[in-house]
Design a protein around this ligand. Structure first.
Ligand code: BMA
Length: 324
């Protein structure tokens, strides 16, 4: 079967009556419980894409040994998922490179002729692993894109000025207490350079560290990026998310950026779990004809949840609430 990566429909629920938030939650959250497969301790921070009129994805599933790994999954409606019980086995000629240390926080994007996957890959510390698949059955490992320590590698959905572009967030080897968003460019998905600074921490919810979330969405006014931001409270890190609009040709130039967050951990499944107070987006589906967006995010490092918004309302909010 040839691949059709177009979105045929979007999982969707209207904004609840009386709600004025720009981003609202799905009423049946969480969509993926922590124990969807028998071996899983938690399933969260995962990526979903359209595929042949259905949905496929790469899911972070930590097992009951608390090893972090990636599983392939599928859904007819983008809400009810089936996950492969075994982790993805990466095909690579160099066994040393494909060796498992840990794998987490995947993003998936269609570029040109295949789905690319980026994730945080254990390689003498965390760095950005890159791979691809055509069918979500066979997965090919490309390379570690950058040196350790780095996380939150997120590819753009097309080349810009002839080059592949990827966000990342240089870090340390632990629960990094700092972090800004950079981007790097590549002619071939292997050699990455021409690094640019995109944006750094700001006050409040985004004061400790920030990192790119889902694949950026191309709009007439710029690239719409949802990103997570962290504040350090008396009780530890709190992960919320906001949005930024970036220049189409020079995506390291920030046009607008939300001063208030769009969604912060407030429901039980965001506030209670293995890591309390985390809302961590890794995927966003965008229906161009209607402007609808469905955001997949991890709740409390335990479950996967869904939220909705509309592209014009997010951009309007950005214009009215931006602080650079
Ligand atoms: C980050 C990553 C995410 C996680 C978050 C909160 O450093 O490890 O996977 O959701 O911390 O624990």
């Amino acid at each position: 079967m040839s691949i059709d990566p177009k979105l045929h429909f979007i999982p969707w629920e209207e904004r609840p009556a009386g709600c004025s938030d720009v981003v609202w939650r799905y009423s049946q959250n969480p969509i993926i419980p922590r124990d969807l497969i028998p071996t899983s301790n938690s399933i969260f921070n995962s990526a979903v894409v359209p595929y042949n009129g259905e949905f496929r994805g790469v899911f972070r599933a930590d097992n009951k040994k608390r090893e972090m790994n990636l599983h392939s999954g599928s859904s007819k409606d983008g809400i009810n998922f089936t996950l492969s019980p075994d982790p993805i086995e990466w095909i690579h000629e160099d066994a040393e490179l494909a060796k498992y240390e840990y794998r987490y926080d995947p993003r998936v994007v269609w570029i040109e002729d295949r789905f690319y996957i980026s994730w945080c890959n254990g390689f003498h510390g965390p760095t950005i692993g890159l791979g691809y698949t055509y069918d979500f059955e066979k997965f090919y490992f490309i390379e570690n894109a950058l040196l350790p320590f780095n996380r939150n590698g997120v590819l753009f959905p097309r080349r810009i000025n002839g080059k592949y572009v990827m966000f990342s967030r240089p870090s340390d080897n632990g629960h990094t207490p700092f972090g800004n968003i950079y981007l790097s460019q590549s002619p071939d998905m292997i050699h990455w350079g021409e690094h640019r600074f995109v944006m750094g921490t700001k006050g409040g919810w985004q004061s400790t560290k920030i990192g790119a979330g889902p694949t950026p969405i191309e709009t007439k006014e710029g690239w719409l990026l949802f990103y997570h931001g962290v504040i350090t409270s008396c009780n530890g890190f709190v992960y919320s998310f906001g949005a930024a609009l970036l220049d189409l040709d020079k995506p390291w130039k920030v046009i607008y950026r939300t001063a208030p967050y769009l969604l912060s951990p407030q429901t039980t499944y965001e506030c209670v779990g293995d890591v309390p107070n985390v809302a961590f987006p890794c995927a966003a589906l965008h229906e161009e004809s209607s402007g609808k967006i469905a955001i997949y995010y991890g709740g409390a490092d335990t479950v996967t949840a869904l939220a909705f918004c509309k592209v014009d309302e997010v951009i309007d909010f950005l214009k009215k609430n931006s602080e650079l």
